[in-house]
Ligand binder design. Structure first.
Ligand code: SF4
Length: 619
């Protein structure tokens, strides 16, 4: 019976040049479902213990889920690998058409290992696989190389995920770009591609994805669309994208400003949807099969950056390249975001790294100038020069900063740790946690380092959402563990379906369950089943991180957040080491982990992780 799956992985060994299709074992499909679940299990099974993420032995996996390529609304794709920035598991999600095309080409995922002797790109055409030379496009930006590959293949409809110069130069926070405006940004998957001499993966497919019960599936799809249509959160996203969160974050005092020194910024309105709509936007755009249309396309019509064609500057980029660098000129922020995309740099980490560099220059730890520009807060020209130096690893400063904040601070020594803002090596997102303890706990315990997409209770901490029908005290150190674990599990489960985070703002848990059941003919076991699935994946991810040497002491906040906030509604708030321990001990206990943060045998048995089969792949 059809069940939404293609039941095959494509496995490619770039060292030998061999590839083959592998049947997805039933036990893997039934137990880990897709996307994140597949990825975390295969990381445990296929990546050798202690593997250097930039070595040929690391695996790079593009994964779809059972609903990908169907009519289910707002689905994406994910890439899973061991991160060169954090050494943790890395799963990073991106919109566009690439995920759907994996299925149309005949696969549930593409698993790549080894390293090509010369730059190459992978061309997968309806199950036919070719490794093609990429010397002619090596060095090109993400958009230019995307176009060049389409021209070579003489087909503009080919779907491409590729890297820019940053990935080629092994910048540890390089991204993978899909089409021109969708990125798997966080954690440095682009550097893993670069280390494999793999410029891009190009896909074309004509196969269709068949579901188990098409009538029931269409009913569930309609329900999902209705939920999206009637949600005020989704309407806000459609109207103004995530940039509308800038004034909110500023008002509640968590907008990163001046390398997270502060939580409010005088220029907040200018970098928000207000400033962007005034100067940039022309029309809305969407990923295929998504009614939300969170993207806006525009271009800069006047001034120094005239002619730059841009996508919307979403909240994280607006804050990290705007307020965090004290830049309020929205045209400059737009240009810097565009430059990150074209060079293949994660704009969030880049904003963190450049904020760190600006403070380091102020403190005399690095040179005061780069290529004639003074390195100082508020200077878009300095930010631009720093970005180019990082992406090309140009000069001593480019080399130092291309490693990310954690490694740069360790190399600089002195008091650099005081203002190095990262968790487990991942530059933190644009939600400063001082004055919002649930956010702090979610960041400390996120599986890929300080990340905002792993169960952050923004609504409960900051905008009055109730938990168990009760209001939540944003400053309380206890009571947050239960909320964070609920969201971490829920989102890990939905990431196995490879949903878009924004879709999950509107589509209800029951509807995801109905979509899955009608698509596959199998049952996830209701809301509890989603929690169980998420817990299983979360625990397996924790085991991978522990195996790779990420000790529980890394569940902590950077020193900057132990310093009091100077202004705003959270003025004076900070976290002490004791505060963190109170929160972590509650969290560990509720996870049934030991007091030092390790999953024990009891929880492993309960989740069925003790006697798992192992996947091994050979060509
Ligand atoms: S909400 Fe935005 S990013 Fe998500 S699938 Fe829709 S258009 Fe793509």
């Amino acid at each position: 019976m059809p069940d939404g799956y293609m039941n095959k992985f494509l496995f490619v060994d770039l060292t030998s040049g061999h590839s083959n299709a592998i049947e997805v074992p039933n036990w893997l499909r039934d137990y880990f479902i897709g996307g994140k679940g597949y990825g975390i299990k295969l990381l445990n099974d296929l990546v050798p213990r202690g593997c250097d993420p930039l070595s040929p032995d690391n695996v790079l996996m593009f994964m779809a889920g059972p609903l990908t390529g169907t009519l289910a609304p707002s689905m994406r794709a994910c890439v899973v690998t061991k991160s060169p920035l954090t050494g943790t598991l890395l799963d990073s999600y991106f919109g566009g058409s690439f995920g759907h095309e994996i299925k149309y080409a005949g696969y549930d995922g593409i698993i790549i290992t080894g390293r090509a002797a010369e730059p190459v790109y992978l061309w997968v055409d309806d199950g036919r696989v070719e490794i093609r030379p990429a010397a002619g496009i090596w060095g090109m930006g993400t958009l230019e190389s995307n176009q060049a590959i389409k021209e070579q293949l003489n087909d503009r409809s080919v779907k491409i995920a590729g890297i820019g110069p940053a990935g080629e130069n092994l910048v540890r926070f390089a991204l993978i770009s899909c089409e021109y405006n969708r990125q798997a940004g966080r954690g440095g998957a682009g550097a893993v591609m670069g280390a494999k001499n793999l410029k891009a993966v190009a896909l074309r497919g004509t196969q269709s994805v068949q579901v188990f019960d098409s009538d029931a599936f269409l009913q569930a799809v309609k329900k999902g669309y209705q939920e999206l249509k009637s949600s005020p959160d989704i309407k806000a996203l459609t109207d103004a994208g995530t940039a509308s969160s800038v004034p909110f974050a500023n008002e509640v005092g968590v907008l990163p400003t001046r390398n997270y020194y502060d939580g409010t910024f005088a220029g907040a309105n200018e970098i928000s949807d207000f400033g962007q709509s005034k100067h940039l936007w022309l029309r809305s755009e969407a990923c295929p099969g998504c009614p939300i249309r969170c993207s806006k396309v525009g271009y800069i019509r006047t001034g120094r950056y005239q002619g730059t064609v841009s996508d919307i500057v979403e909240y994280e980029s607006a804050a990290m390249l705007g307020s965090n660098l004290e830049i309020s000129d929205i045209k400059a922020v737009t240009y810097l975001t565009h430059l990150c995309d074209e060079l293949g740099l994660d704009s969030m980490s880049t904003g963190g790294v450049i904020g760190f560099a600006m403070e380091a220059a102020e403190r005399g730890l690095i040179p005061l100038e780069i290529e004639g520009q003074q390195i100082k807060f508020g200077s878009p020209l300095a930010a631009e020069k720093l970005m180019q130096a990082i992406a090309l690893r140009r000069g001593e400063l480019g080399r130092l900063l291309a490693q990310g904040v954690q490694r740069a601070a360790a190399e600089l020594g002195s008091d650099a740790e005081e203002f190095a803002v990262h968790i487990k090596g991942l530059e933190t997102p644009a939600w400063g946690p001082r004055g919002a303890t649930g956010i702090a706990l979610a960041l400390m315990t996120a599986d890929r380092g300080g990340c905002h997409q792993r169960g952050m209770p923004l609504g409960e901490d900051l905008s009055g959402a109730l938990w168990n029908d009760e209001p939540v005290d944003r400053l309380a150190l206890t009571g947050k563990g239960e909320i964070v674990i609920h969201y971490q599990n829920y989102l890990a489960a939905l990431d196995t379906l490879v949903k878009c985070d924004f879709g999950a703002f509107g589509i209800q848990p029951q509807t995801y369950l109905e979509l899955y059941q009608a698509c596959t003919g199998r049952d996830l076991g209701g809301a509890d089943g989603l929690q169980q699935l998420g817990a299983k994946i979360w625990n397996l991810g924790r085991l991978f991180n522990l195996r790779e040497g990420l000790e529980p002491q890394t569940d902590t906040l950077p020193k900057r957040f132990t310093q009091p906030l100077p202004s705003g509604p959270c003025q004076g708030h900070r976290f002490s080491p004791e505060d963190m321990q109170v929160m972590l001990q509650e969290y560990y206990r509720l996870r049934s982990w030991s007091a030092d943060g390790r999953p024990g045998q009891e929880i492993m048995n309960k989740l069925g992780l003790s006697d798992m089969q192992t996947m091994s792949i050979t060509t």
